[in-house]
Design a protein around this ligand. Structure first.
Ligand code: A2P
Length: 285
């Protein structure tokens, strides 16, 4: 999966190319803040922007994309279906709402945001099956170039795969030093599903980790760059988020250095720091 880092893309199992670092927009307020952050990210060189219905910033993200002047087809744009919507018709309708908010006529990637929403907990397998049929329709009709899931553990993926005609191209999960989710990652690797990493900096918690700080000094990089480069070398796709222009730029300067195998192994071996987000199987939303 990581054979194309040098060209800054991964290839999904349907041959669509995806830029191997994405700009995350969780907690970026809608309106001018989102628009300016996205515009700055694109000017800094990001071509992959990740949003979601529940971030409530699709309008600002879309505005920032247009303000940047970048050609739509040069960008890779993701959104995610929130937990209050499931089912075939409802999903198609909500996808249309996302397109309207973003002011676009297609998405590059659409994800089911969480596997077991509280509203559908009793019959989540069945509602995900119907929801996924709608995703497959959107893919087949060309409204979206790739489809996937987020926060799915192996048990949720196995349930989906029982009826799926298209294997998800992506599972976007929490992944960073100290929280590597090996079972989910192995399942994804076995099924050709690319892992995207949300909170690749552990929501900022990792930036003061002494071992990572020492490595950052050794490579003359920032601790954030060490986390992100490590993630890339593991064949995963980091989605760092920042509203600070200098950090937005720093988080993309990852392609002119390499972490040695020995140091990468050292990062693999860091003590478990746990998840910063919710347990996907029992989230309270
Ligand atoms: P800010 O938005 O104020 O720049 P994660 O992507 O793991 O969820 O982490 C996001 C957090 O890490 C945000 O608080 C963000 O702050 C901070 N952050 C992002 N990039 C960097 C960086 N290069 N150096 C320091 N902090 C960063």
């Amino acid at each position: 999966m990581n054979e194309k880092i040098s060209e800054n893309t991964y290839t999904l199992h349907n041959q669509v190319e995806i830029p191997c670092v994405g700009f995350g927009t969780w907690q970026v307020p809608d309106g001018e803040t989102a628009a300016n952050a996205v515009m700055h990210a694109i000017e800094a060189g990001y071509t992959h922007i990740d949003t979601a219905v529940v971030y409530h910033n699709e309008i600002g993200v879309g505005a920032g994309i247009r303000m940047s002047g970048a050609a739509r087809e040069k960008l890779f744009v993701t959104s995610k279906l929130w937990n209050d919507v499931r089912g075939y018709d409802e999903t198609l309708k909500e996808f249309g709402n996302s397109l309207k908010r973003l002011n676009m006529d297609y998405l590059d990637l659409f994800l089911i945001h969480w596997p077991r929403p509280i509203a559908f907990r009793d019959n989540y397998e069945e509602v995900n099956r119907e929801t996924w049929r709608a995703f497959e329709h959107l893919l087949n009709e060309g409204y979206v170039r790739a489809i996937g899931v987020s926060n799915f553990l192996p048990k949720h993926l196995k349930a989906l795969l029982k009826s799926a005609e298209v294997v998800p191209m992506i599972d976007q999960i929490e992944f960073h030093p100290g929280w590597m989710q090996p079972e989910t990652v192995s399942f994804c690797e076995e099924h050709g599903i690319l892992v995207e990493a949300w909170s690749p900096l552990g929501s900022g918690k990792l930036l003061s980790d002494p071992a990572l700080v020492t490595l950052a000094e050794k490579y003359n990089r920032s601790t954030a760059q060490i986390c992100l480069r490590w993630c890339l070398q593991k064949g995963k796709l980091p989605l760092p988020k920042s509203t600070t222009p200098s950090r937005i730029e720093e988080n993309l300067r990852l392609f002119d250095f390499q972490i040695s195998k020995e140091d990468s192994d050292l990062i693999d071996g860091l003590a478990c720091v746990g998840r910063t987000g919710s347990d996907p199987d029992n989230a309270k939303f």
